[in-house]
Design a protein around this ligand. Structure first.
Ligand code: SF4
Length: 264
């Protein structure tokens, strides 16, 4: 549930976005090999099916692990299979070996095959990338929860669907704009209702949230003294009343699909 008074108009959420952007600058998500990794200020939609596919694979591989592990697994996978068609020709056990470094590799191998099969069958990975999957279609795929579905929509298809993760929940409940117990959909709605519906903004905001969580607003010891958000945040004053301990996962993203987490 949104805290009363937390989102009167656009001011608080936009103010925080502007402060994050001013402090950290553009983050250049999603990292793509063809663009030399992160590409700040380049908001072009993925232009080839290879770029789109790379992001989709990364979105699954990064569940419940760090981006370092996910990208290492992604690199191994792409060395062996550079097209969705080739991936579908591999057995799950072969995919699993290639992505071992990402952790949960047996489950992720199945998820990768499922999502690839669905997208190919429904022409969502055509050469022209004209079609965008529906969110509900993605959510119906085994192992694809809201966080992964929204990551795929936003970063692979440039469709404005705000990505919520454990970092979003942590930072904004500490600031006092959401309750820690809020559901994914409530938090997403809050952001989407208070921002222009533009994929560039959603892209940047989510990346900035991750950056802030990794830089200052850590799970155990947030560095509030150094934080440029301390004047609007209730946490430094000791108001931690609605902060149950976060689960001890390495997560940035904790997707409710039963094992989806992103850590970039
Ligand atoms: S003041 Fe502290 S708790 Fe609040 S956003 Fe900054 S680091 Fe996080």
């Amino acid at each position: 549930m949104v805290r009363p008074g937390g989102f009167m108009g656009n001011t608080p959420i936009l103010k925080i976005y502007k402060k994050l952007l001013l402090e950290y600058g553009r983050q250049g998500w999603w990292p793509l090999a063809s663009r030399g990794g992160y590409h700040p200020g380049d908001y072009r939609k993925p232009e080839t099916r290879e770029e789109c596919f790379e992001i989709i694979l990364g979105a699954v591989l990064t569940q419940n692990t760090t981006w370092k592990n996910a990208s290492s697994a992604l690199e191994s996978l792409l060395l062996s299979v550079d097209t969705p068609e080739k991936l579908l020709r591999l057995e799950v056990s072969e995919i699993s070996k290639l992505i071992r470094k990402s952790g949960y590799h047996n489950q992720k191998a199945v998820k990768i095959k499922e999502v690839t099969s669905f997208l190919l069958k429904n022409d969502y990975l055509g050469d022209d990338l004209e079609k965008t999957p529906l969110r509900n279609e993605l959510l119906a795929i085994w192992g694809i929860g809201p966080e992964t579905a929204d990551s795929i929509l936003l970063y692979a298809y440039s469709f404005p669907s705000f990505v919520v993760d454990a970092y979003t929940k942590r930072i904004f409940s500490r600031i006092g704009l959401i309750d820690f117990s809020s559901e994914y959909g409530e938090i997403q709605k809050t952001f989407q209702e208070n921002l222009s519906r533009k994929d560039e903004i959603y892209n940047e905001y989510h990346a900035l949230i991750v950056r802030h969580a990794k830089t200052l607003c850590s799970k155990k010891k947030p560095e509030c003294g150094k934080c440029f958000l301390k004047t609007e945040c209730r946490y430094p004053a000791g108001d931690h009343s609605d902060q149950p301990p976060e689960k001890n996962t390495p997560a940035i993203r904790s997707d409710s699909s039963g094992g989806n987490t992103k850590n970039v």
